[in-house]
Every structure is written in C-alpha cells, then in structure tokens.
Design a protein around this ligand. Structure first.
Ligand SMILES: [Zn+2]
Length: 233
C-alpha cells in the first residue's frame, strides 16, 4: 500500500486564488479544513482533480469567510502595542516605520523597524532565528542523556509540535519559541524518548517522565495556549 501523497495546489475562486495542501490517502471521503497551517483537502486515492476542485468550489463561500476572518485577525495581531510571545514572555511590539529592517529585543519590548507590511515577516524571521539557536540543542541534550545519536532541526508548517523518525531525525516546530522553556523541553524530551520507543506506550511515557517530570503540566500548557503560538507558517 502506498503511503499518503501530498501536493501543494492552488485553485482560482471568485476574487482570489487559494493555496491548499492536497493529501491523498486510504480515506473514503473528501474533507476540506482550514487549520493553522492553511487550507487542507484530504481525499481518497481514486478521486479526480476535477471532482476535488468541484468539491472546493461548492464550499467556496464558507472558505473565503474563514480566510478573511483569519487575515483580519493576523493583521491586527501584529500592530504596534500588540504582544509577541517569546520563551513564555509577553513582549510588547513597538513598530518604528523606517527603511532599515531591524528587530531588536529591549527588555520587555520587541522593537521592529521597517515598512508596515514587512513587520510580520521580520518578526517571524527573528523568532525563527532564535528557535534555530535554541530548539535543536534542547532535543540533542535529551538524546545524549539517553545515549542515543540523533540529528535535530526545525520543522516548518503543520500543527505538530515535533516529530521523530525511526532513523533518529528529530524536528521541533519553530513556533515553540513562544512557549516557556520548560514546555519546549517537554516537546524535546518527548521526541527524544521516541528514539527508544516509536509509540506512545506506557514504556514511552515512563521514559518521558524520567526525562521531564513536569510533562503533564507542559502538555496541558500546550493544549491551553498552543493556538496562540501557531501562526501557520
Ligand atoms: Zn509522540
């Protein structure tokens, strides 16, 4: 049996082009959803592209409404005075319109200089850079503690916080950089524990417990606050 196949596609709807991720798998029905990582369409292997596009068009109005609401929320989210989460701390965003694109953290504030429309990208870049400096190291640390060799890096997109393959490749979602360190460490410990157990068996959880005794609390934190960290990139 082939595994699921994924493909990035775009469909022209009245007024706008909508990008979506098409996933073909062994499922039996068609499904359209808008998640934190964008529009997803999940279909069985046998459905034609024409049928898929017809399916999306039937739901175009609903889809457009959701996308518009989301964009409006994102635009207001990153205006001067709004909050940017960094290591569990709320940094107040200060925008300085200017030619020089620069992001600098000054105590409890994040100063961003640049054209208004560039601000969200500048912030995402800054957070990504910080994530790249910190997250892979945390996972590596737990891997070492287990005496396992692993390769660590960042994951972009998707609604998952981390992943670990049978070959020992650990990926952490860069958007975790908004969470407190003990929560980041839970995800790092969780993925590292998969180096020993590639399942969520009781043995796996006792390994997580040994690495990170606050795992339950951290998991609840992610359930409660995770949505505010995920921007879908
Ligand atoms: Zn897991």
């Amino acid at each position: 049996m082939p595994g699921p196949s994924r493909q990035a596609r775009t469909i022209r709807l009245p007024g706008r082009d909508v990008a979506y991720l098409l996933t073909r798998s062994r499922r039996r029905t068609l499904a359209l959803s808008v998640g934190i990582s964008g529009v997803r369409v999940n279909v069985p292997y046998w459905v034609t592209l024409r049928e898929i596009e017809g399916f999306i068009r039937e739901r175009a109005e609903w889809l457009q409404q959701i996308l518009e609401r989301r964009e409006a929320a994102q635009a207001t989210r990153l205006a001067d005075g709004s909050t940017v989460w960094y290591l569990g701390r709320a940094l107040k965003l200060r925008c300085f319109p200017g030619l020089f694109e620069e992001v600098r953290r000054v105590r409890h504030e994040l100063w961003v200089s640049g054209a208004g429309e560039a601000v969200p990208d500048l912030i995402a870049e800054w957070l990504r850079r910080k994530a790249a400096q910190l997250l892979p190291r945390r996972a590596l640390r737990y891997g070492r503690r287990l005496g396992r060799r692993c390769e660590t890096g960042l994951m972009t997109g998707g609604s998952r916080w981390g992943s670990c393959t049978a070959r020992g490749r650990i990926r952490l979602n860069w958007q975790l950089i908004g969470a407190p360190l003990w929560v980041i460490d839970y995800v790092a410990a969780h993925e590292a524990a998969h180096l020993l157990h590639l399942d969520h068996s009781p043995r796996f959880w006792s390994q997580v417990e040994a690495l990170h005794p606050r795992w339950r609390e951290a998991r609840n934190w992610l359930k409660a606050h995770g949505d505010t960290l995920l921007t879908g990139d």
